[in-house]
Design a protein around this ligand. Sequence first.
Ligand code: ZN
Length: 328
Amino acid sequence: MDQATAQMRPEESGRIAAFGIDLGGTKIAAGLIAADGTVLASASAPTPATQGAQAVLDAVAALVTELSAAPAAKDLDIAGLGLGAAGVIDAGTARVLSATDTILHWAGTDLAAELLARTGLQVRAVNDVHAHGLGEAWRGAAAGSANALLLAVGTGIGGSHLLAGIPQTGAHHVGGHMGHFASPLASGVRCSCGRSGHLEAIAAGPAIHRNYLCLGGDAAVADTRELTARAYAGDQLARQALRTGALAVGIAAGSLANILDPELIVLSGGMIGAGSLWWDAVREGFATEAIEPLQHLELLPATLGNNAAIIGAAGLYLAAEPKDRECS
Ligand SMILES: [Zn+2]
């Protein structure tokens, strides 16, 4: 951050804001975020993933232009453009180090240079799950926590370990890949990474559905949402698949807590809406794995919902002093 921007810190001006972008494989969400984390304006667009990185960056820039024209943007000092982006992101350079083929030609993209050229804004970026975690640690369920662990359980599984609100992205920028944590309940089950036995292979939403079908469940059940409804209606195989996934999440959370000793654990993602059958089994799994001093640890639902990542991405500029950051 340059000197001019540093002089516009929230406590000094009160009018500072930043753009936060949540860039996923199917959707780009953008927000204009105030210094206190309030979403002043938001917009979204489908990700033109099959058209390649340049088209995706053009779409991001178009959303920034749209938000810049919003009435809420009047007279604000924009500190920068923060991104939570799919792929493995070098948070120091905002470059995409590696990525799946979800977005064509995404790996190697220099997000900072490309978006500076399109928007004139300084750019910082982290992986989208870290942005999610940063949002929850800044203004959500983990606000004020010096040491928080976020575990996001949805179509995939990821996470973020945050110290003083700062995502720990690791020496190779792959920190937080908690979906690829070995799970005793996933033994022999193929994972999206090509290996087997990982948490995501048994506990992500689609994995729960797949496990249900493997157990002999009703092939007419189309997805995990329907499976969850069936579980509450008494379908024993649906209950079993849901419980297995949730237990695996709890066991992983307990094992990670034994290593990281967080103050609290925040669970986010689509599966946290699966109700008491899921939550009770998560807590049961946690209790079996966490050592005694950690048995009291709270497992809390995320509170920012779909806004977590745009708030967190903007938080790369707004949430902490630059000199304190390890991710910029
Ligand atoms: Zn894996």
